[in-house]
Design a protein around this ligand. Structure first.
Ligand code: HPA
Length: 245
């Protein structure tokens, strides 16, 4: 039986319906986690939950302590992590409100603490990251969304930018040329750290806006917040389904 953890992103700083048994503030070798690690039952299944940006939402993407979060989940016994990420759509086939379970990543971030393999090492380690997400967990997420009849694109390249500002039109054009389908600010180094530490990890991305230049107007927080509010109930349903199948 797998032990699941959910990392909630923007719009999911708490998991309504989670019956909390215990909340633990974890100190790690890398410092504190973004929020208390919640242990509880969701959809009748044991699960851990961590709010990536803190609860309430206060930590911007570039300042999240990804190493502490991933280390704490592993230490607590998780072996599968579902990461929820709000994203902008670069590929025109993706529309606001729909899900995507990406299968690839391009990392445009810089200056983040992105590895556990540094410092006083006995040997240099290079983990394989050809397929950055766990195939089985991806399949489960796609099936869970389909079971509810939710539109969900079953592949896509997640381009991770540094933030906290949104991208320029030219940056998005370049990302499109690179092959990115979606853009977010939190997918990395989280996914790579999960791989380094041996956690099966996949991303459930919720599209909350067309990326810069992909629609006629500018991107507003109001638009993003509205899409998040509309999408979170569906997100919770997908998560509940994934845990129970
Ligand atoms: N860019 C980067 N991150 C995002 C976006 C975006 O347009 N929307 C939601 N997260």
């Amino acid at each position: 039986m797998n032990t699941y953890a959910i990392i909630g992103g923007t719009g999911l700083t708490r998991l309504d319906g989670l019956v909390i048994r215990n909340a633990e503030l974890v100190e790690t070798p890398y410092g504190p986690t973004s929020s208390a690690l919640l242990y509880g039952k969701y959809a009748g299944r044991d699960v851990m939950f961590l709010a990536r940006h803190g609860h309430p939402h206060r930590i911007p993407p570039h300042a999240v302590n990804y190493r502490a979060n991933i280390w704490a989940l592993r230490q607590a016994g998780a072996d599968r992590v579902v990461a929820v990420n709000a994203v902008g759509a670069i590929n025109d086939s993706l529309v606001t409100g729909q899900f995507c379970v990406p299968d690839q990543i391009i990392d445009y971030t810089w200056g983040r603490n992105h590895t556990f393999f540094e410092g006083d090492l006995e040997q240099v380690t290079h983990v394989d990251f050809s397929q950055p997400y766990d195939a089985d967990l991806r399949r489960r997420l796609i099936a869970a969304a389909a079971a509810h009849g939710f539109t969900c694109q079953s592949h896509g390249v997640y381009g991770c930018t540094q933030g906290p500002r949104l991208e320029t039109v030219a940056e998005i054009r370049r990302m499109a040329r690179d092959g990115c389908d979606l853009v977010g600010m939190t997918g990395m180094p989280e996914a790579a750290l999960a791989r380094e530490i041996g956690l099966d990890y996949a991303c459930l991305a919720l599209v909350v806006n067309p990326a810069a230049g992909r629609s006629s107007g500018i991107i507003t927080m109001r638009q993003i917040e509205q899409a998040l509010a509309d999408g979170m109930e569906r997100t919770r349903k997908v998560l509940a389904r994934v845990l129970t199948v």
